[in-house]
Design a protein around this ligand. Structure first.
Ligand SMILES: [Zn+2]
Length: 43
């Protein structure tokens, strides 16, 4: 049995589908892309 803490550690990190970079977790954000790709889309 894994403790809840260990379980969350094993969760895959959120990765930008555009460039494959790790995306910082933003609980309030529904966006998947990293800031770099988001800024590209804004233009
Ligand atoms: Zn990206």
């Amino acid at each position: 049995m894994m403790s809840p803490v260990e379980f969350f550690k094993t969760l895959p990190k959120k990765v930008c589908p555009e460039c494959g970079q790790h995306v910082e977790e933003q609980a309030e954000s529904y966006l998947m892309e990293c800031e770099r790709c988001l800024s590209k889309k804004m233009e």
